[in-house]
Design a protein around this ligand. Structure first.
Ligand SMILES: NC(=O)c1ccc[n+]([C@@H]2O[C@H](COP(=O)([O-])OP(=O)(O)OC[C@H]3O[C@@H](n4cnc5c(N)ncnc54)[C@H](O)[C@@H]3O)[C@@H](O)[C@H]2O)c1
Ligand SMILES: [Zn+2]
Ligand SMILES: [Zn+2]
Length: 384
């Protein structure tokens, strides 16, 4: 079968790989009909994630048709069209019971933090992901969710990660009616976080990025204010000034370790890797939230240390909330929001690329070319 194949930083190609097999009675094999490239894949592509092995296939955002099931699988059947959350979760451990599906202990007991994730390095289980024609799906009775008949497959594929992640970013912000929310990052996740902030009652939503085309998009798509940090002398000062010098009620970091905007952070975090990614957006979030406010982090950082102004967190009494999105927990609510027309995720898809051309799609998305917001990859069997 065709599958994306990681060859080292900034190098991917599409090769033939063996068809995946059922290895456990709880597995399913899914024929992929769409997969996305995510900002999280860019951390892998840029060589920032430990133990990303040459030969692995990325892709944690995919939908498809169940082709085979293991002997114990009961909730999905061959022929079902399913969306598959990016978290691989057992559904039974103490963390899954609290609906912390991104922190499943059973699936990744050797890691103290994250559970397994499709196509996300051996740190997150070493599973081949869905940027392929077929994919093995463990715990098939837990994650895969049958896509309702009325739902557009383009909406469904975005429910596997970016919609729940943006929504959870807003939810973790504890937004109250009338709050001012600042979202750092106008990528797919930040766009969804801005859009979702209104659903929680925000009165003002401000997005910060440095890509004009994304700022234009988010202004229209999420009806918010959006500013280019490159044209601001000091983004923190600007945000204080525009909030009566108090700061925002809630700041969301939807950027993570690939952040631009500070030479020192970029050199130490991205070039020399002396810290686990550049913490520029997080720094700005902590410094521009008001005293007693909440900083919600969904941007991804590595497992080691980051230079962040922890003294300001203490002295301002800031609450920090963060996690991988718990996709399965949020699906019922988000499916309802899409059905009622309050969320329309598919509008963020900017590029539809044949799976065979995944290398081009990675390059375009990574270099932010051609007004790229969200690329999806379509395998040959789904293109008829
Ligand atoms: N927690 C989760 O469950 C989860 C799930 C999906 C993605 N993520 C993470 O969310 C982050 C965003 O993902 P994405 O798909 O939107 O990625 P993306 O790369 O498309 O978008 C990131 C955006 O941040 C902007 N940016 C860079 N530096 C900035 C700064 N200092 N201030 C403000 N904006 C800045 C970039 O220009 C870009 O538009 C990534 O770190 C990704 O790994 C987390
Ligand atoms: Zn993702
Ligand atoms: Zn579990």
């Amino acid at each position: 079968m065709l599958a994306m194949n990681y060859r080292g930083p900034f190098r991917v190609r599409v090769d033939q790989k063996p068809y995946p097999e059922i290895l456990h009675p709880g597995d399913a094999i899914v024929r992929v009909t769409r997969s996305c490239i995510c900002g999280s894949d860019l951390h892998l592509y840029h060589g920032l994630v430990p133990d990303t092995r040459v030969g692995s296939t990325f892709g944690h955002e995919f939908i498809g048709v169940v082709e085979e099931i293991g002997s114990s699988v009961e909730k999905v059947k061959v022929g079902d069209t399913v969306l598959v959350p990016f978290n691989i979760a057992c559904g039974k451990c103490a963390f899954c019971k609290q609906e912390l599906y991104g922190n499943c202990h059973e699936s990744n007991p050797e890691a103290t933090a994250v559970g397994w994730i499709f196509g996300y390095s051996h740190t997150a289980g070493g599973f081949d992901g869905g940027q392929a024609e077929y994919v093995r799906v463990p715990y098939a009775d837990v994650g895969p969710t049958v896509i309702p008949d009325w739902m557009d497959p383009d909406d469904a594929v975005l429910l596997t990660d970016v919609v729940p992640t943006g929504y959870q970013a807003a939810e973790m912000g504890g937004i109250k009616k009338g709050d001012t929310v600042v979202v750092f990052g106008a990528g797919p996740v930040g766009i969804m976080a801005a859009k979702s902030s209104w659903l929680f009652g925000a009165a003002r939503v401000i997005v910060i990025d440095h890509l004009e085309y994304r700022l234009d998009f988010v202004r229209k798509y999420a009806q918010c204010e959006a500013y280019n940090f490159k044209s601001l002398e000091d983004p923190v000062l600007f945000l204080k000034k525009t909030t009566d010098w108090l700061g925002a009620d809630v700041c969301i970091d939807a950027v993570g370790g690939d952040a631009a905007g500070s030479a020192m952070q970029t050199i130490t975090g991205r070039k020399l890797m002396l810290q686990a990614g550049s913490a520029t957006a997080l720094h700005w979030a902590i410094n521009s939230v008001k005293k007693g406010g909440i900083v919600s982090i969904v941007g991804v950082y590595g497992p080691t240390d980051n230079l962040v102004p922890i003294g300001n967190v203490v002295n301002k009494g800031i609450t920090i909330r963060a996690n991988q999105a718990s996709v399965k927990r949020l699906l019922p609510r988000l499916i309802e929001h899409i059905k009622e027309g309050r969320l329309n995720p598919k509008e963020i898809i900017s590029h539809r690329v044949p799976l065979e051309e995944a290398a081009d799609a990675y390059h375009i998305f990574s270099a932010k070319l051609d007004n790229c917001i969200k690329p999806i990859l379509i395998p040959p069997s789904a293109r008829v």
